[in-house]
Design a protein around this ligand. Structure first.
Ligand code: SF4
Length: 243
């Protein structure tokens, strides 16, 4: 019986997809984003708070049905696609029970099993870290190829997709970078909205606790003014909501 390694659960999530959502945060991530505020989710082998079978997790979801019936269930991380067997069974059960399913992913893993998971995924929240192929490996610990392949595949299968992009001062906040991404997304008619997420430093204490050097030491949070400027750039090129 497959069991999911879960980091934590949020019963009334409001920022990971539409409506009020049950959010399951998965343990384990193959990426090492410089700005990550959840380094405690990285290590799959790290003693996890709990393990559950897909059916057990669904039973937990059902406890909140009256609250999430207009929202749904989101699997986030870490990287949920590190646990495709579990995710596939869990999303199938969720859809059978009438819950909307959303997958929050970095797109770092893309293979035939992932395509199966996407058949039972109503909405994908796809993170794009940067379109800069040279920057991507040192910035995230991974090449960009799978992220691009997943974005293209989501378009091909007409999968509703929200793009999430963290804007980090000195790395991805310049006009050239923002314009490039906004223009690139014009090609994808399955993209329903773009969420621009300002870099913040709220997770730095976790690095201290884990004894990991913080890669962006000294980089300030993105200001409201910078966020508005970025939003204006995206609005110039895209018709979908820019959040
Ligand atoms: S993909 Fe997400 S969880 Fe993984 S390192 Fe990047 S920001 Fe952190």
């Amino acid at each position: 019986m497959v069991k999911g390694h879960l980091h934590s659960i949020e019963s009334f999530g409001t920022v990971d997809g539409p409506g009020i959502r049950f959010v399951a945060f998965f343990q384990g991530c193959p990426m090492r984003c410089a700005f990550c505020h959840n380094p405690d989710t990285w290590d799959f082998q790290r003693p996890v708070p709990f393990e559950m079978t897909p059916k057990e997790l669904l039973e937990e979801v059902k406890r909140y049905k009256p609250f999430i019936k207009k929202g749904g269930v989101t699997c986030s991380g870490g990287e949920p696609l590190m646990q495709t067997e579990f995710l596939l069974e869990f999303f199938q059960l969720c859809q059978q029970a009438g819950f909307h399913t959303a997958l929050d992913t970095s797109g770092a893993i893309f293979n035939e099993k992932v395509k199966q998971v996407l058949q039972y995924t109503d909405l994908v929240l796809l993170d794009i870290k940067t379109l800069d192929d040279d920057l991507h490996p040192s910035y995230t610990g991974h090449t960009r190829s799978n992220n691009q392949a997943m974005l293209d595949y989501l378009q091909q299968i007409h999968k509703p997709t929200w793009i999430r992009h963290v804007i980090v001062p000195h790395y991805t906040d310049d006009d050239q970078h923002l314009t490039l991404l906004a223009k690139e997304l014009q090609r994808y008619d399955n993209v329903e909205c773009v969420e621009l997420l300002p870099y913040h430093t709220l997770g730095t204490y976790k690095y201290k606790e884990l004894g990991i050097p913080y890669p962006l030491e000294g980089i300030p949070p993105l200001s409201d003014k910078q966020k508005k400027h970025a939003t204006d750039i995206f609005c110039q090129y895209l018709q979908c909501p820019i959040l």
